[in-house]
Write a protein that binds this ligand. Structure first.
Ligand SMILES: NC(=O)C1=CN([C@@H]2O[C@H](COP(=O)(O)OP(=O)(O)OC[C@H]3O[C@@H](n4cnc5c(N)ncnc54)[C@H](OP(=O)(O)O)[C@@H]3O)[C@@H](O)[C@H]2O)C=CC1
Ligand SMILES: Nc1nc(O)c(N)c(N[C@@H]2O[C@H](COP(=O)(O)O)[C@@H](O)[C@H]2O)n1
Length: 219
């Protein structure tokens, strides 16, 4: 399994403001770059915090790029939400129409919520007791032929993926704004590391929109 993390942060490293609303940090050219990234993967992943804050549909991608890279019959990327307790609203855009949506959940999810989400078409994968065991859940996705994932956020999920040693590549758009705020989400939140910090190797730098895209591989 290949896992690429991509996100847009302000110059001070924030994913959003303390209100946790969706903020346009990047511009048109960067969204086009993300659409190409989406076109190259089997699945797009977000945490339930992002679903509750942004209500993304995770459908848009560069279809021409997908056909070129994956062939004319490649199905669209599936959508995946890490949601231990099945808090995703049944009316969320990530569940509407389009490609399959996997909900990675845990034993702690109330059975009636799991059932309600299955009723609106979600494929549930139960992995972990209290929280989603991301390694186990990704292994189950792999069993379904999902080999390459794009993780779009947010900061809690991204930290857990680094902690579990599951990230292969990281691309970050750094935008021309300061958001600030000690409670505003950053690229990697969670508990944070105090030692054995994951190390990255710089693989590319590109000026785009009013910011810069950094490409890193994880050592
Ligand atoms: N600028 C950008 O590129 C992007 C910005 N954002 C912003 O990020 C913010 C949302 O980020 P954040 O609040 O961190 O939420 P996340 O999207 O990272 O979701 C976090 C939630 O995922 C669930 N989860 C399930 N399993 C795990 C696990 N193993 N590790 C960690 N989390 C797990 C947890 O809820 P539970 O325990 O209930 O399962 C957790 O609270 C919003 O403000 C959004 O706008 C989001 C994406 C991109
Ligand atoms: N790449 C990027 N740049 C920004 O400035 C952003 N605010 C985000 N946010 C994420 O974009 C995704 C939107 O998904 P849909 O277009 O609704 O499919 C979602 O993951 C947001 O959190 N990304």
């Amino acid at each position: 399994m290949d896992v690429l993390v991509n996100a847009a942060v302000s110059a001070d490293g924030k994913l959003s403001s303390r209100r946790r609303e969706q903020i346009a940090i990047s511009g048109e050219a960067d969204f086009a770059r993300v659409d190409r990234l989406r076109a190259e993967v089997d699945g797009i992943v977000v945490g339930v915090g992002t679903v509750l804050a942004d209500d993304p549909s995770l459908i848009r991608h560069d279809e021409a790029h997908r056909r070129k890279r994956r062939g004319p019959n490649a199905p669209p990327p599936v959508r995946i939400v890490a949601d231990s307790r099945c808090r995703t609203p049944t009316g969320a855009d990530v569940l509407a129409g389009g490609p399959t949506t996997y909900l990675l959940t845990s034993e702690a999810a109330p059975p009636e919520r799991r059932e309600a989400l299955r009723d609106v078409g979600a494929e549930t994968v139960v992995a972990g007791d209290e929280r989603v065991d991301l390694g186990e859940a990704f292994g189950r996705l792999e069993d379904d032929g999902i080999e390459r994932l794009l993780v779009e956020g947010g900061g809690e999920l991204i930290f857990s993926l680094f902690e579990a040693g599951l990230v292969d590549e990281l691309t970050v758009f750094i935008g021309n704004m300061i958001i600030g705020g000690r409670d505003a989400p950053t690229l990697a939140d969670g508990e944070g590391f105090v030692s054995a910090f994951p190390e990255l190797e710089l693989a590319g730098v590109e000026q785009l929109d009013s910011g810069v895209v950094l490409e890193w591989t994880v050592r």
